[in-house]
Design a protein around this ligand. Structure first.
Ligand code: OMP
Length: 263
């Protein structure tokens, strides 16, 4: 389905739906109710411009049950018109993850989820049993503190390389990697380890990641990459629908200039 979205929409863009009420300057958006209509309008205006949306759970969970209801309504509003990735970064013992999978894939009906893989393979397998649902394992994250653990070296490899290897060994056409756009030096190496996995690449825009390198390396050979932009799109200009749409159009163009199907 992701490949189909890439091709039919001619877009490798993922719009991060990380709306924060405290940062909204749109005059009529001041509570969750008005935010919901605004997000739905944003989705309807950008649906043809992106292959996926990625709401990060933090921005919804902080409002308690009404925030989670908003999240649920967003997934059903998208209604399979784009891939929806739950940025929930789950990871726990297998028995617990079975229930996380039931929540994210069963109850909320997300298409994919981000996973923290550091508890090992039994924390991942409950999420990959349904081949129609996808997981993105945190491999090399975009933040500065990624260096605290992800660059630990043992048995001749870095921890992020071990994650990429594990993803390759478990893959049943539904595992991808999260690779930060800010990690320009390392992304080629990760592509060599996992030549055909799909990547979710955050860190473009507000975090200053490298777009050309992210697009070209993630989409090398059999691999593919989806480029996430959250603040760089949803807070563009005066946050009007036009400003948001134009930012999405612009990012899409910038991404497509590095892809083969660009005319
Ligand atoms: P912006 O920096 O506003 O584009 O947001 C980036 C989004 O991607 C946020 O939802 C982050 O939580 C998420 N993210 C990262 O920024 N870095 C990572 O390494 C991984 C993620 C993620 O898993 O999506």
């Amino acid at each position: 389905r992701l490949e189909k979205m890439f091709n039919t929409k001619r877009s490798h863009l993922c719009i991060g739906l990380d709306f924060d009420l405290d940062k909204m300057i749109v005059p009529n958006v001041k509570d969750l109710h008005s935010l919901e209509s605004f997000i739905k309008d944003v989705i309807d205006s950008t649906i043809d411009l992106c292959a996926a949306y990625k709401p990060n759970f933090a921005f919804y969970e902080k409002h308690g049950p009404s925030g989670m209801k908003l999240l649920e309504n967003i997934v059903s509003h998208i209604n399979k018109r784009s891939i929806v990735i739950a940025d929930a970064k789950r990871g726990d013992i297998g028995n617990t993850c079975i229930n996380y999978a039931k929540s994210i894939f069963g109850y909320y009906d997300f298409d994919a989820i981000t996973i923290s893989p550091y508890m090992g393979s039994d924390s991942i397998t409950p999420f990959i049993e349904d081949s129609k649902k996808g997981v993105y394992l945190l491999c090399l994250t975009s933040n500065k503190s990624a260096i605290d653990f992800q660059y630990k070296f043992s048995d001749n490899s870095y921890l992020y390389e071990d994650v990429a290897n594990l993803a390759v060994s478990l893959n049943n056409n539904n595992i991808g990697l999260v690779v930060g756009a800010t990690k320009k030096e390392e992304i080629r190496k990760i592509r060599e380890i996992a030549p055909s996995l799909t990547w979710l690449v955050p860190g473009i825009g507000a975090q200053g990641g490298d777009l050309e390198e992210s697009v070209t390396i993630s989409n090398t050979g059999l691999g593919s990459g989806i480029i996430n932009v959250s603040r760089g799109i949803i807070y563009a200009g005066k946050q009007s629908l036009d400003d948001i749409c134009n930012a999405a159009i612009d990012y899409n163009k910038q991404i497509n200039q590095f892809l083969d199907y660009n005319e």
